[in-house]
Design a protein around this ligand. Structure first.
Ligand code: PLP
Length: 443
């Protein structure tokens, strides 16, 4: 029996107020109040605290954005300091000190040669910008015909129409298919030969490609499907030798999540994407910021006369927001100062061990996939059983561990500073929830 620490939502006035005015994304609002949502009021460290004082370990990093934890004094201070200067000033045609300083720091670590940073506010927009940059790159160079994008099965790049086009669909988005532009597709990481197939598609279509787009190492939203670093390297080499632009969407994998600062780094020093998309963890989970980072070679194709046609006519009101850039800069410094990647190595190893000991092979559990602190656990419900992902995660929430599934895949994506004791807390809650749901369906 779940020890219910939060009150039932129909007795919860916050849930009623919430459902009356807030429209939650990826959420059926008619069912929302009945699904016992957590209403967060504040946070300490890696715990979220709801309006009733219940504490939940944030095992999904608030949808994969939180890196160091919540309410980090140094990050809070960075925002406060910037507030004392200016909260926002546009980057369209003018500069902002906070954006310059963060872009300099980012350019020195991102695996893009001679990096140039175009800011926005969400991951999907970083992808939209990358698509348009790649498309216009060929137009500006006067090389006709490079109009197609090559993307993978099971890809997810966000919910705007361009990003949705690159994505493989699903998630209830099929009705938008008439709006999605066609892209060439190659098998994703679920296929053992995905890289060979992708290299073949690059060779066959090089003259018509604007770019190849991948999520390096991990296809996150499709259930944490994982690739081998050597396979990424093969794809990078094929793009280079055929003169095809490579866009790496590191919105989910960036900023330490896989154990390196960027997942692209696993493929070795020669793996240099032409464009990298960043978001989510870029501000440590504090403020909305994203970035499309283009190589100097890509950037140079946009040189031309003032008000001329080679200009990139694209921008967003809050792109490069000063508060967001200030906290992003401090975050990048802290990853280094605190040696966060060393912590990730220890914690990821502990998580792998606990999953192998306590979760793998358990009734109701299928494959487990992990790269750093990104984990997907396939649930394997008996025939006729429904909503296992939801039910298992609800059980974990009732035990004070916030999890959110992708279908019947339980995703564990804890903050990078998670301790081994907290890993045990997550795994213990998960095991108890899986056993409970499995026994309910055996009755
Ligand atoms: C790889 C990838 N790209 C893009 C996005 C979209 O980011 P956002 O939700 O910030 O628009 C996501 C979100 O999960 C993602 O995983």
């Amino acid at each position: 029996m779940i020890e219910q620490t939060c009150p039932l939502s129909d007795a919860d006035p916050w849930v009623a107020r919430d459902a009356a005015v807030v429209w939650h994304g990826f959420t059926q609002m008619a069912a929302y109040p009945g699904n016992s949502p957590v209403t967060v009021e504040r946070a300490e460290g890696r715990e979220l605290i709801d309006v009733h004082g219940n504490r939940y370990f944030d095992a999904i990093s608030s949808l994969w954005v939180t890196t160091l934890g919540h309410h980090i004094p140094e990050l809070d201070q960075a925002v406060v300091d910037q507030l004392g200067k200016v909260a926002h000033a546009t980057l369209l045609g003018n500069g902002s000190r906070a954006a310059i300083e963060f872009a300099e720091a980012l350019a020195s670590v991102v695996p893009v040669t001679d990096a140039h940073v175009l800011f926005a506010s969400d991951g999907a927009v970083a992808v939209e910008q990358a698509l348009k940059i790649a498309f216009q790159y060929w137009v500006n160079r006067g090389e006709a015909g490079h109009r197609q994008f090559l993307a993978l099965d099971d890809a997810y790049h966000g919910d705007t129409v361009g990003a949705l086009s690159l994505g493989d669909g699903g998630f209830g988005t099929t009705l938008f298919d008439p709006l999605r532009f066609p892209v060439l597709r190659s098998p994703g990481y679920a296929s053992g030969d995905w890289a060979v197939k992708l290299v073949g598609a690059i060779e066959a279509n090089a003259s018509s490609l604007a770019a190849v787009v991948i999520e390096p190492l991990v296809q996150g939203a499709s259930g944490i499907l994982v690739a081998e670093a050597e396979d990424l390297a093969l794809v990078g080499e094929a793009c280079r030798s055929h003169g095809v632009l490579l866009i790496c969407d590191e919105v989910a994998t960036g900023f330490g999540r896989t154990g390196r600062l960027f997942a692209s780094e696993w493929a070795g020093p020669d793996f240099r994407p032409d464009i990298v998309c960043l978001g989510k963890g870029i501000t440590g989970g504090y403020l909305p910021l994203s970035a499309t980072v283009a190589s100097g070679q890509v950037f140079a194709a946009f040189d031309g006369p003032d008000l001329g046609e080679t200009t990139f006519y694209h921008g967003h009101s809050y792109g490069g927001n000063a508060l967001a850039c200030a906290v992003a800069l401090r975050h990048l410094q802290l990853i280094d100062e605190w040696d966060v990647l060393a912590t990730v190595a220890v914690t990821a190893t502990r998580l792998a061990e606990r999953l192998a000991d306590s979760v793998a092979g358990r009734p109701g559990v299928g494959e487990i996939r992990q790269r750093g602190l990104m984990v997907g656990i396939d649930l394997d419900p008996p025939p006729g059983a429904t909503r296992w992902g939801r039910r298992v995660c609800a059980g974990a929430v009732g035990r004070g561990v916030l999890l959110r599934p992708l279908g019947d895949v339980v995703v564990i994506m804890p903050p990078l500073t998670t301790t081994v004791e907290e890993i045990d807390r997550v795994v213990d809650a998960l095991v108890a929830s899986i056993d409970e749901v499995a026994s309910e369906d055996r009755r």
